[in-house]
Design a binder for this molecule. Structure first.
Ligand code: FAD
Length: 387
């Protein structure tokens, strides 16, 4: 009997057990989901890779950030975006020779030999420029501005001059340039010229400085994984693989160095190198995008201050060299130095340039092309440049 009762009791209790088991499982699932939701709501959320693109200094710029931020991600990002745009715009407004009201243009147009007040940014850039001038024995010289214009690469371009006119005028203007005619004071920031005609052109250094400023701004706001690029001058921090929407094959930021072929404006010449540069900056100066041809002779936009002529200046009628320096890429901690050194080392050329780069521990890559673009690119690098 008792056995029967027992059997009866079991039979009756089965649906009840089943019901309570279901309830139990549902509660467990709800608690689990709530726990996961709570965990993720407390964790910093992924800010998917953000990017700003725009135009500045006659070229384009881009900033990509792969960090994540906590909570109000869009507000944070919008705020940073505005700060970046204002920082870049401020540098352009102060240092552009393409704006008549910039500090640099007003200094250039001033005849006064007194101190001329400028912003801290402009004084810092000029101070770095003078430092590089000394280190490169004058190969880098921001006072070449009148010659840049004369040869048709600046704001006041004179494109109708014959080669003979250009040679004559170069020899006249040469005595009016020289970084020894320029002084800078950091506190309070000001510039001074010793001859009224002295003019400066920060085209070879200001973009690098602006890249550094954007990097500093991002770091001050807690970002550690980003890439900043203005007109080919670039600086990296951290890694790109961290952002949710980067399906990266490599987690490092990878920078390409173009083959320095002369190509049509829509042509793509391909990459010579792809590099992971770590937390550093890379700047490239080349003659393959910005050049002029007069009577079949090509002139680069780099002025050799020692001669007053564009580098690799070729006298019409003389045989063209088989090989030409096409670009110089410099890898440094700060982009302002990479930018300026790349121009200086282009002016100095392979032999003297490599000697100076080794002396100062500069990581540099020289790329050479043949005149017909038909041979492989030759490389020459300092010992510290990545293999
Ligand atoms: P880099 O290799 O970085 O520099 C080469 C330039 O440096 C030359 O073009 C020449 O100007 C100068 N240079 C030549 N020889 C020497 C030397 N021995 N030492 C030092 N410098 C030398 N362009 C526009 O078309 N429109 C604009 O509105 C405009 N605004 C600008 C605003 C600012 C603040 C700056 C810095 C540049 C601006 N530019 C503008 C110029 C344009 O972006 C230049 O073409 C660019 O700066 C040159 O950079 P690059 O990378 O081609 O060459």
């Amino acid at each position: 009997m008792s056995k029967k009762t027992s059997i009866d009791h079991e039979d009756q209790s089965q649906p009840n057990n089943f019901f309570w088991n279901i309830i139990r499982y549902v509660i467990i699932v709800i608690l689990l989901v709530a726990g996961i939701w709570y965990y993720y709501s407390q964790k910093p959320r992924f800010l998917t890779a953000q990017e700003i693109r725009g135009m500045t200094m006659g070229t384009d710029y881009s900033v990509k950030v792969a960090d994540f931020v906590k909570g109000t991600k869009h507000d944070v990002w919008k705020n940073i975006e505005t700060q970046i745009q204002q920082r870049i715009e401020g540098i352009d407004r102060a240092m552009s020779t393409y704006r008549t009201d910039s500090e640099v243009s007003r200094f250039n147009n001033s005849d006064s030999a007194d101190w001329f007040e400028v912003s801290k940014d402009t004084a810092e850039v000029v101070n770095t420029a003078l430092e590089i001038s000394q280190l490169t024995e004058g190969a880098f010289d921001i006072t070449v501005s009148p010659l840049v214009d004369l040869w048709g690469f600046g704001v006041k371009q004179q494109l109708d001059l014959t080669v003979k006119d250009l040679e004559e005028k170069t020899n006249q203007i040469k005595s009016k340039i020289g970084y020894d005619k320029l002084e800078v004071r950091l506190q309070p920031p000001a510039l001074k010229k010793s001859i009224p005609e002295l003019r400066i052109d920060l085209s070879a250094i200001a973009k690098g400085y602006a890249v550094d400023c954007v990097a500093i701004l991002l770091e001050e706001n807690g970002f550690t994984n980003f890439i900043v690029e203005i007109g080919g001058e670039v600086c990296c921090r951290g890694r790109k693989g961290i952002a949710a929407n980067y399906k990266a094959t490599s987690h490092d930021w990878i920078i390409g160095i173009e083959k320095p072929f002369i190509v049509s404006s829509d042509g793509i010449s391909g990459l010579q190198r792809k590099l992971s540069i770590g937390d550093r900056a890379l700047a490239t100066s080349g003659d393959y995008q910005n050049y002029r041809e007069i009577n079949g002779v090509r002139y680069s936009h780099f002025i050799d201050p020692r001669t007053g002529f564009p580098t690799e200046y070729l006298v019409a009628g003389e045989p063209k060299p088989v090989e030409r320096l096409g670009s110089v890429s410099v890898l440094t901690k700060r982009c302002v130095y990479a930018d300026a050194w790349a121009t200086a080392l282009f002016v100095l050329g392979e032999h003297k340039g490599l000697e100076l780069a080794e002396k100062h521990g500069i990581a540099v890559l020289f790329l050479f092309r043949t005149e017909q673009n038909d041979q492989p690119i030759r490389e020459a690098a300092s010992t510290t440049f990545p293999k």
